[in-house]
Design a protein around this ligand. Structure first.
Ligand code: SF4
Length: 921
């Protein structure tokens, strides 16, 4: 057996490269490290990241993260040396040069686990190791000999997963009214009897009761807009009435979030509602879109030869996880977010049901399917934790659950507008159209994995019903007009094939002719132009494409009717399983029909009159100059109109809540961005200010001596501020290009000072993993863009400084310009509209800083051009100063020291405290 201590180990960071061989660790140059790893299997942690640090992306080795994923699937691990040491109870490395020794020790500990009776994830391990040996997984020679062969053959994953149970449809909820004292009692039960009474939270819970009263008028839900500052405890504030109502009325409350972070937090809170985990798992269910879950049929195909090389190894590691996962959620669930990135995402998306190819009851794993299980579980749950997009889609379609959500709490409600904006939008793009072609036609050419066209999915219907069979054939013929593989190459080369590719070529020509390339920051990224005054080529191409799409729509519509007829006729072969499959096909066909109908409306607009309800534009999507999609886009000018129609009006009660619901404006702003303005009787309002001591524990520093566009000065400012805070910094950018430039200039310098710097769009890791690493290491800092502005919940000392590179102005997109114009036409003033958006972004970013009463920190904006009128974004009383970078650095280091000492006084050495509050409005 190979002795792990005999294996060399490598660690590379921005601060240096170290290799350990035998019992000696040495710093080495890049070339030596690359050559050494090519010669001998070498232990390392996170191969893509190590490869990036070496400037050698193809680096291979014995990656301890892969070994962890094999031994402890579905177990959380912060993928850093510190995280690994803590998970294995090994001493934390004191310096970077100690890390290779840690990797050897960790390897020894992990491999020893394989021989230990305490290994709880043993089941299936022996069989998986044999398969991985055949696939030449580098760890297999070390792993396989250490696992004892089980006495009896291990059960195949697909036979050991539990089956879900069918239950009768749940009756409609009882009509009840909640009593306020019962809600307060429930709240006390949730917070714990010893907890300090929080009047803001009690008032919040009492106000939220309104949402659970019986509805008095049709199309008018009991709706409440509630702005509750950070620290009020709004989560338990709404869970108290929601859980009480769900229990007494025997109904389901949908709680909807925008970020996965809050979804996870709510899932944890469910244990307060139901301390027994088995009961909690039944009563509180997390629901996500089906594209998040592992599709067992796709996994089976991958394991049986559909995947090759590294993708096949990933499939086996995912199969290990599938046996231990709580719910099969691959994105943000208990599959480590870092696992797919170790395989450069090769194959992971093909394991989910992204393309809507599910064959429902025709699938041999239907009764064990994670997606079906979660759908069924949510029908009987008290609380369903979902996201805004899923709630909107379920409400609009009302099909998946059999009934649309009736009692809804939208937390992170300030994102409702954006979520509705994207949910109710339409895009006729190359990527969307090729997906439709694949859904209709199935596999073409050398495509990998399981793809089935309509003909294969509905073969029994086709053989029973001649007209249905004919419709399927006609749809497949018509789908040939849609873009095929390599469409983008042909379009760029000016050689489109078929009417839809020709349309995309005409769109591209118009965009390049009319759109201005972005400024310094956006050059090489998206290009777009308004859909107005189309030229003859585009109009003709649109007409041809419309004819082709119409030829596809007709057989799809006919097929839908035939399937409904078959359900009515109920032939002998239509047993329960076949019926479920046909019903599933009717639903997914319906969505495609709606999509093609929306595309046709969009094409009719080219050369026809504009519709004042929509904003239409043409776009070429690019990343660093490389094109990846071309299309025509349509958004609602006011997406809260379809939101009100499809989601709010049919509901009985809706609570929309957030710490920043007014979004840098006033209640009118909250009303117009939540859809309340489209309800006959509007919505109630509740407001509770944060109990946190913002004036005493935070400060806003506006640095006035960094020249706009000076990357060297911007980088220097970031580096010095991060050094002053000793890490713990969240750096926010509005342009990826600038983020990368700053990171490239400062990462090495900071690493040498023992301050690791991570960055979105730079480090080959998913955002969730980056946040986990940041949270876990108080000396780490993280740079990122929009998603971090309010997707980060890092209480405590790990986050003590937020730095914004400048004022977060809105990008001058076609959509933004149209909404701004509409706001000024309605008398709101275009610049007031802009100001509201900027204030909302700043308030969200500031909100990252103080998450608990004992937190403290600084919020720095590197912009002399920060208009005073925007400063009302910050909580009342927060000290705000304009100062030089040198002064800001003194303040930040004082604030950080005070945080470390738990000192209640601000470190304001050498600064004029008398300037505080001068600019606070
Ligand atoms: S029922 Fe559908 S989603 Fe589930 S495993 Fe089968 S094909 Fe995949």
């Amino acid at each position: 057996m190979i002795d792990p201590a005999a294996l060399p180990a490598l660690h590379a960071s921005h601060g240096g490269i170290w290799i350990r061989e035998g019992d000696r660790t040495a710093a080495v140059p890049k070339g030596t490290a690359i050559a050494r790893t090519a010669e001998t299997p070498t232990l390392l942690l996170n191969a893509p990241l190590t490869g990036q640090r070496l400037g050698y992306p193809d680096l291979n080795g014995l990656d301890l993260l892969e070994l962890w994923a094999f031994i402890h699937p579905a177990r959380f691990l912060v993928p850093t040396p510190k995280g690994l040491a803590e998970a294995l109870n090994l001493p934390r490395p004191a310096s970077e040069s100690d890390i290779p020794a840690l990797l050897q020790a960790a390897t020894g500990a992990l491999l020893a686990m394989l021989e230990s009776p305490a290994w709880i994830e043993r089941e299936g391990g022996w069989t998986a190791a044999q398969s991985l040996h055949r696939l030449r997984w580098p760890w297999a020679p070390l792993v396989a000999p250490r696992i004892a062969r089980p006495k009896e053959a291990e059960r195949w994953l697909f036979s050991k997963l539990p089956e879900w149970e069918e239950s009768p449809p749940r009756p409609a909820p009882r009509t009840i009214s909640l009593q306020s004292d019962a809600v307060v009692a429930r709240l006390q039960q949730l917070t714990g009897t010893g907890a300090e009474a929080r009047p803001g939270q009690q008032a919040y819970a009492a106000a939220a009761v309104e949402v659970f009263h019986p509805r008095a008028h049709r199309d008018q839900p009991n709706m409440l807009l509630a702005e509750a500052g950070t620290g009020i405890g709004k989560t338990l504030g709404y869970l108290a009435p929601a859980s009480l109502w769900a229990g007494e009325a025997q109904g389901t409350v949908w709680i909807s979030t925008y970020t996965k972070a809050l979804q996870r937090q709510l899932d944890r809170e469910s244990l307060r509602l139901f301390p027994d985990p088995a009961v909690a798992a039944k009563r509180v269910v997390v629901r996500k879109g089906r594209e998040n879950y592992l599709c067992l049929l796709n996994l089976e195909d991958a394991l049986q030869g559909g995947f090759a090389g590294r993708a096949a190894i990933l499939a086996h590691l995912v199969a290990r996880w599938a046996a231990f996962t709580k719910d099969g959620d691959m994105i943000g669930g208990d599959l480590p977010g870092w696992l797919p990135t170790l395989f450069r995402r090769n194959g992971s998306t093909a394991l989910t049901d992204r393309r809507g190819e599910c064959i429902y009851a025709g699938c041999p794993h239907y009764r064990k399917c994670f997606i079906e299980r979660s759908t069924r579980a949510s029908a009987d749950a008290d609380i369903v934790i979902a996201n805004h997009a899923l709630v909107m889609i379920n409400a609009a379609r009302g099909r998946e659950t059999g009934q649309a959500p009736q009692r809804i709490v939208f937390d992170e409600g300030h994102h409702l507008f954006d979520a509705a904006d994207s949910t109710f939008s339409v895009a006729l793009s190359g990527q969307e159209a090729i997906e439709l072609r694949r859904w209709v036609m199935g596999p073409e050419g050398n495509s990998r994995g399981r793809r089935r066209g309509l003909a294969a999915r509905l073969s029994d219907l086709a053989s029973y019903d001649e007209q249905g069979g004919e419709a399927i054939r006609a749809a497949a013929d018509a789908a040939r007009a849609l873009p095929a593989d390599e469409w983008l190459k042909r379009v760029v080369a000016g050689e489109p094939f078929g009417p839809v590719e020709a349309l995309l070529a005409a769109v591209r020509g118009t965009v390049y002719a009319r759109a201005a390339d972005g400024g310094e920051a956006d050059a090489g990224y998206g290009l777009e132009t308004e859909l107005a005054e189309p030229d003859g080529t585009l109009v003709e191409a649109a007409q041809e494409a419309a004819r082709a799409l119409d030829s596809l729509l007709r057989p799809l519509t006919h097929l839908g009717k035939r399937m409904e007829a078959v359900i009515e006729e109920a032939p002998d072969w239509l047993d329960g399983a076949a019926r479920a499959r046909v019903e599933g096909a009717i639903a997914s066909l319906g969505w495609r029909r709606d999509l093609v109908t929306a595309w046709l409306a969009l094409l009719a607009r080219i050369g026809g009159p504009a519709d004042a309800d929509y904003v239409d534009w043409l776009a070429v999507e690019r990343i660093e100059g490389r094109e990846y999609d071309i299309g025509i886009h349509r958004h609602w000018l006011d997406p809260t109109r379809p939101l009100a129609q499809a989601v709010l009006k049919p509901a009985q009660g809706v609570l929309i809540t957030s710490a920043t619901l007014k979004g840098g404006g006033d209640w009118d702003n909250a009303m117009s961005r939540s859809g309340a303005n489209h309800l006959p009787r509007g919505a109630g309002r509740f407001e509770a200010n944060s109990p946190f001591d913002y004036p005493g524990r935070s400060e806003v520093l506006i640095v006035t001596d960094i020249k706009r566009g000076d990357i060297a000065a911007l980088s220097g400012a970031y580096a010095r501020l991060i050094e002053a805070a000793g890490g713990g910094t969240l750096g926010l950018f509005t342009a990826i290009r600038r983020l990368r430039a700053v990171h490239a200039r400062i990462a090495d310098r900071l690493a040498r000072a023992g301050l690791p710097l991570y960055a979105q769009h730079v480090d080959p890791m998913d955002t969730g993993t980056l946040i986990d690493i940041f949270r876990d290491d108080p000396r780490a800092s993280l740079l990122g863009t929009d998603a971090l502005r309010d997707g980060v919940d890092v209480p405590g000392h790990s986050l003590r400084l937020v730095v914004m590179e400048g004022v977060p102005w809105s990008k001058p997109t076609v959509l933004h310009a149209a909404r701004k114009l509409a706001a000024s036409n309605q008398g709101g003033g275009g610049s007031a509209y802009d100001d509201r958006l900027i204030r909302a972004r700043m308030a969200q970013a500031f909100g990252r800083l103080i998450r608990r009463a004992e937190d403290r920190g600084s919020f720095v904006i590197l912009s002399a051009a920060m208009p005073s009128r925007l400063l009302s974004a910050f909580p009342p009383g927060t000290p705000i100063r304009r100062l030089t970078l040198d002064e800001a650095i003194i303040s930040v280091s004082g604030q950080s020291r005070a945080g470390l000492n738990g000192n209640a006084t601000l470190g304001l050495q050498g600064l004029d405290a008398g300037t505080h509050d001068l600019e606070q409005k």
